[in-house]
Design a protein around this ligand. Structure first.
Ligand code: T4K
Length: 383
C-alpha cells in the first residue's frame, strides 16, 4: 500500500428519515481544545486526567458518592456482577434490551425471568418472591425507559432473603425520585452512555458504587484485575473508558440539561396531542419523579383502529422509524427460550407489552413540526 496516498473520506448517504433517536452532540469547535490536550499529553487511556475529571463531574451531577467509568454499559453490568461475586440464579426482567440477561450468561449465571408490572413495565415486585430458590443470589431489575422501579419493595424482598440488587440503569441517567437520585438504590447500578442514550460519550458506561472500597475493586476488575504493576487479584477484563470518550463526556455534561429540557418539551407535546386518542396509552411516572424523557413509549391497545405493527409500518411509510423496544422479549431469544421461566405462560404481561409498545422518536433536534406530524399520524390511525 502507498503510505502517501491521500485518505478518501466517504460521506454518508443523505437520509431524511426520522429515527427513534439521534445523539445530542456538543458543538465540534468546543471539542477541539480537549483534543489538543490529549495530543499534547499523549495520555490516551488507563485512567488519565479526563477519565478522573469525568468521574468527579458525574458524581456531582448525578448526586452520587462514587462512580467508575466503563467502555460501555454491557461491560459495566458484567463487571458489577463480578464485583459482588454473584453466582447461581439471578431474578431479572424479560422486558429489556438483551444486554441485561447477556451480562448474566457472560458470568455463568442462570437468569430467572419474572413478569413485569402492567403500569410501569418494570419488574413486578409482587411476583419476585415466588421465583426465589436456594440458588438465588441477586435481583437485576431495569429502570425501563428511565421510569423508576419500585425500589422500596425490591429492597424489602432483597433484605428478607439476603439477596444483592444490581440495577440495570442504562436508561436512568439523571432520574430522581422523592428520595433523590434513583441511582443510589440497590448494591450497584450500571449506566449506559451509548450514542442512543440521554447522555452519550459515543460509547460508554458507568457503575455507581456505594463506597470507595467497592469502587476500588471495580477499578481493578475493569483493568484486567491489576492492583499494581506486579499484582493481579482477579481475572478482570479491559473495560476502561478512553480519554477521548471521557473528554467528550466532560463537554457533553455542559449541554445535558439543555438536551433533557428539549426532551421534556417533546414529551409534553406528545402527551398533549395523544391524550384523548382512543386506544393509545402513554406511560406515566409516579408523581415525584424527575424524568429524563429518554424514550417515548406508547401502548397500542386493542381499541385502536390498527395493530401496533400496522402503526409501525404506517409511520415507516412516512419515513418515521419508530422502534418496538422491547420486542422480541429477551426470553424469546434462542439462548433463553429453553429456560422454564422463559415460558410465555409465566410472562403474560411482558408478552402483551412486547406486542403493544412502540417507541416514538424523541431527541433534542426534533422540531415542533416533526413532533406534530408524528403525533398527527398516530392520532389519525390511518394514512
Ligand atoms: N441495558 C439496557 C436496558 C439497555 O437498553 C442497553 C443498551 C444496555 C443495557 C447496554 O448498554 P451499552 O452496552 O449499549 O452501552 C440500541 C443501542 O445500541 C443500545 O445501546 C441500547 N441499549 C438499545 C436500547 O438500543 P439498537 O440496535 O436499537 O440501535 P440502533 O443502531 O438501531 O440505533 C437506533 C437509532 O439511533 C438509529 O436508527 C439511528 C440512531 N443512531 C444510532 C447510533 C448508534 C444515531 O443517530 N447515531 C448512532 O451512532 O440498539
Amino acid at each position: 500500500m502507498n503510505a502517501a496516498a491521500p485518505v478518501r473520506v466517504i460521506s454518508p448517504e443523505p437520509d431524511d428519515r426520522i429515527f427513534v433517536t439521534q445523539p445530542h452532540m456538543a458543538p465540534l469547535d468546543e471539542f477541539i481544545p480537549y483534543l489538543e490536550k490529549i495530543w499534547e499529553s499523549k495520555v490516551l487511556t488507563n485512567r488519565g486526567p479526563f477519565h478522573r475529571q469525568l468521574e468527579d463531574a458525574l458524581c456531582e451531577y448525578l448526586g452520587v458518592e462514587h462512580l467508575a467509568l466503563f467502555a460501555n454499559g454491557t461491560l459495566a453490568l458484567v463487571t458489577a456482577l463480578q464485583a459482588l461475586r454473584i453466582t447461581g440464579e439471578v431474578i431479572t426482567t424479560p422486558y429489556s434490551f438483551v444486554a441485561t440477561a447477556h451480562s448474566l450468561l457472560w458470568n455463568g449465571i442462570k437468569p430467572v425471568f419474572v413478569d413485569i408490572d402492567p403500569d410501569t413495565l418494570n419488574l413486578d415486585p409482587h411476583k419476585i418472591e415466588a421465583a426465589i430458590t436456594p440458588q438465588t443470589t441477586a435481583i437485576m431489575p431495569v429502570h425501563c425507559y428511565g421510569h423508576p422501579c419500585d425500589v422500596e419493595a425490591i429492597r424489602r424482598i432483597a433484605d428478607n432473603y439476603n439477596l444483592k440488587v444490581i440495577y440495570d440503569a442504562a436508561h436512568a441517567f439523571g432520574v430522581q425520585t422523592d428520595s433523590g437520585s434513583v441511582l443510589q438504590h440497590g448494591d450497584l447500578s450500571a449506566l449506559s452512555f451509548h450514542a442512543t442514550k440521554v447522555f452519550n460519550t459515543f460509547e460508554g458506561g458507568a457503575i455507581i458504587c456505594p463506597d470507595a472500597k467497592t469502587k476500588q475493586r471495580i477499578d481493578h476488575l475493569k483493568n484486567f484485575g491489576y492492583v499494581d504493576e506486579v499484582t493481579v487479584v482477579a481475572p478482570g477484563i479491559n473495560a476502561k473508558m478512553s480519554e477521548i470518550n471521557a473528554a467528550f463526556g466532560l463537554l457533553q455534561l455542559k449541554h445535558v440539561d439543555e438536551a433533557i429540557a428539549k426532551r421534556k418539551r417533546i414529551d409534553a407535546m406528545y402527551r398533549g396531542q395523544l391524550r384523548d386518542v382512543k386506544g393509545i396509552r402513554c406511560l406515566e411516572d409516579a408523581g415525584e419523579t424527575v424524568a429524563n424523557c429518554a424514550y417515548f413509549p406508547i401502548l397500542v391497545e386493542s381499541d385502536y383502529p390498527m395493530s401496533r405493527d400496522a402503526l409501525f409500518e404506517l409511520l415507516r411509510s412516512h419515513d418515521i422509524v419508530a422502534r418496538r423496544y422491547f420486542y422480541p422479549l429477551i426470553s424469546d431469544f434462542p439462548m433463553y427460550r429453553g429456560l422454564p421461566s422463559a415460558s410465555r405462560d409465566n410472562l403474560p404481561v411482558a408478552t402483551d407489552a412486547a406486542l403493544k409498545v412502540l417507541c416514538l422518536p424523541i431527541y433534542p433536534a426534533l422540531s415542533d413540526e416533526q413532533v406534530e406530524r408524528i403525533a398527527g399520524i398516530v392520532a389519525r390511525g390511518r394514512s
